[in-house]
Ligand binder design. Structure first.
Ligand code: ATP
Ligand code: MG
Length: 563
């Protein structure tokens, strides 16, 4: 953690921060105001984290401020649930908009007035063409567009029609307001773009007050200007919209002069980050909800146990450029492991239990053994774990007929029980099906704490829990939601869903102290990975999520063509 903080304090350099430094040095700006502008039509995902780290990060680094603005101009897809979740997720990631919470819909009246201003100055007109006709008039990349027959209608007539559009006299799609720019422009965004449309739909915030709504292009830059935003940072798909952004600012009496700059979106392997696709995963129940731990949503990552610091660190390492990129999800996983390695308390948990009976340890005896909470960090202290006559160990830590390099438990073999004693397997007990169901073992009382006074060595240390004290739990293991690095690249992305992305282990046994763990608390189950309690935990039913394994086993499986 401390290392990350030190890195964060170093001066960050990328093309956007360099532009801002230049603007400040040249006196083009005297302050830095940015905004993070989500549309409340879904939950935030890790791609949004890149935008947030940039917008809030820049504001902090340059002593400015960053607004949270809901870009709520499309009432059909927007909901209160998303407005709430977005605020929760921005805060969780570690950012604070202070009192600067805004909604584009707060500006509807000002935007309406500005639209009238454009009409009066001959910069906008009401068009009666249908959406289809407008499309065919627009031309193509190689052909210029054609003027609408309504393009030259008098400003007074447009003003009157626009007022009647607002008053609800016309049905959806019957008319639109278009900026009057240039139907022959090489940039299709400048071919008289639609800036208002009729939509008889209730809005989550303005209710039925409006039946015309500004388009993104008309609302965004103008909201930037109203809020005093200086640097409007967005993703590359808006690069071609910048001339329109500037045209609108040039032709309106805006209080400020914001500038738009574009950077590339974050894309991740084995992941989809389009809200449309994420919405589809939720709606069609391919996942349990927006906060399903397999989702790349911040709510999903949080539930999975991913610490916000790991996400910020990941975004910092990815950096900022203008070139399209596909980042390995393994890079994110690396950041998660690094962060959790430093912060997660160590505990013992047995995921696939095999019973061990210690024949020379009295049945009614128990004792408490001291275990380190973080072996690399003595300041994390120790805890006591109960030990007794019956234990559970991992099935994978025993082999009846071990190959050469298997050093863990086997008949006649001695191993160390972590923080406890040396243990020797005397006999494997089998059921009728021939499966090993219990190990009969002995321990060496002289090896308490895990070392033999005679200096004899063992080649393996395994973890365990006391059968009498262990807490039963369900543990959910996750794998990538998609089985291909670039879902949907060769067809429907739903066909690339990984059928084995969730593996539920229902009969796990945890060290009893884990009963006190809180949702989101990061814990390393020694030798198994990083875990956290899931909110599904209820009295008498502990549920844990595996945030991530200790090593990247996925890459190995893939390399072998395993799945
Ligand atoms: P969709 O994925 O449906 O296109 P969106 O990304 O446009 O949705 P918004 O709510 O408009 O969703 O995004 C808010 C801000 O986050 C925008 O400025 C957008 O550019 C940025 N953003 C969204 N996705 C990414 C991403 N993958 N990488 C970086 N920034 C992103
Ligand atoms: Mg958008």
């Amino acid at each position: 953690m401390s290392e990350n903080n030190a890195q964060a304090r170093e001066e960050v350099h990328d093309f956007i921060r360099d532009i801002i430094r230049d603007d400040l040095a040249a006196g083009r700006s005297d302050s830095v105001v940015t905004r993070f502008p989500p549309e409340p039509n879904g939950y935030l995902h890790i791609g949004h984290a890149k935008s947030m780290c940039l917008n809030f990060g820049v504001a902090e680094e340059f002593g400015g401020r960053c607004h949270l603005r809901f870009d709520d101009t499309n009432p059909v897809k927007e909901e209160h649930e998303f407005i709430e979740s977005i605020q929760e997720d921005v805060r969780w990631l570690g950012f604070d908009w202070g009192r600067h919470l805004y909604f584009a819909s707060d500006n509807f009246e000002a935007l309406y007035d500005w639209a009238c201003h454009l009409i009066r100055n001959g910069h906008a007109y009401v068009d009666d063409l249908s959406a289809e006709e407008i499309r065919t008039h627009r031309g193509s990349l190689t052909e210029p567009g054609k003027n609408s027959p309504y393009r030259d209608r008098a400003a007074d007539e447009s003003l009157d029609l626009f007022a009647r559009m607002r008053a609800g006299e016309f049905s959806d799609g019957a008319r639109v307001l278009r900026a009057k720019i240039d139907m022959a422009s090489g940039n299709i965004n400048l071919r008289d773009p639609v800036i208002y449309r009729i939509l008889h739909a209730a809005h989550p915030r303005t209710g039925d007050a409006w039946c015309i709504y500004p388009t993104y292009d008309f609302a965004h830059g103008q909201s930037d200007a109203i809020e005093g935003v200086t640097h409007s940072l967005c993703t590359l798909e808006f690069e071609d919209h910048r001339p329109l952004y500037d045209w609108l600012i040039d032709n309106l009496p805006t209080p400020g002069r914001p500038r738009q700059y574009e950077f590339s979106r974050l894309n991740l392997t084995y992941t989809v980050l389009s809200k449309r696709r994420l919405t589809q995963l939720v709606a069609q129940r391919h996942v349990t909800g927006w906060d399903d731990p397999r989702m790349p949503s911040l709510a999903g990552l949080r539930r999975r146990g991913v610490p916000p610091a790991a996400i910020r660190d990941f975004v910092r390492r990815v950096g900022l450029t203008k070139s399209d990129n596909l980042i390995e999800v393994a890079a994110l996983e690396h950041c998660i492991r690094e962060e959790l390695n430093q912060t997660a308390a160590r505990r013992m948990a047995v995921l696939r239990p095999l019973k061990v009976v210690i024949e020379n340890y009295a049945e009614d005896q128990t004792e408490e053994l001291e275990a380190a909470n973080h072996p690399a960090d003595p300041a994390a202290g120790t805890r006591m774990v109960p030990f007794g006559h019956e234990l559970y160990i991992e099935q994978a830590d025993f082999m009846e007929d071990p190959p050469k390099k298997f050093f863990r438990l086997a008949p006649g073999r001695e191993v160390r029980l972590r923080y406890a004693y040396f243990l020797t397997c005397r006999e494997a007990v089998k059921n009728d099906a021939g499966e090993v169901v219990e190990l009969r073992c002995t321990y060496d009382p002289a090896t308490r704490g895990g070392n033999a006074p005679d200096g004899r060595k063992v080649k393996a240390t395994i973890h365990w829990v006391s059968a009498a004290h262990a807490m039963p739990a369900e543990v959910r293991l996750y794998d990538h939601l998609f089985a291909r690095p670039n879902p949907g690249a060769e067809g429907d992305f739903l066909d690339d869903i990984n059928p084995d992305s969730l593996n539920v282990l229902e009969d796990c046994r945890l060290e009893p102290g884990l009963a006190d763990a809180k949702p989101g608390e990061a814990i390393q189950f020694e030798r198994e990975g990083y875990f956290c309690p899931d909110p599904d935990t209820a009295p008498g039913r502990a549920v844990f999520n595996r945030t991530i394994g200790l090593r990247d086993t996925w890459a190995k499986v893939r390399a072998k063509g395993g799945k």
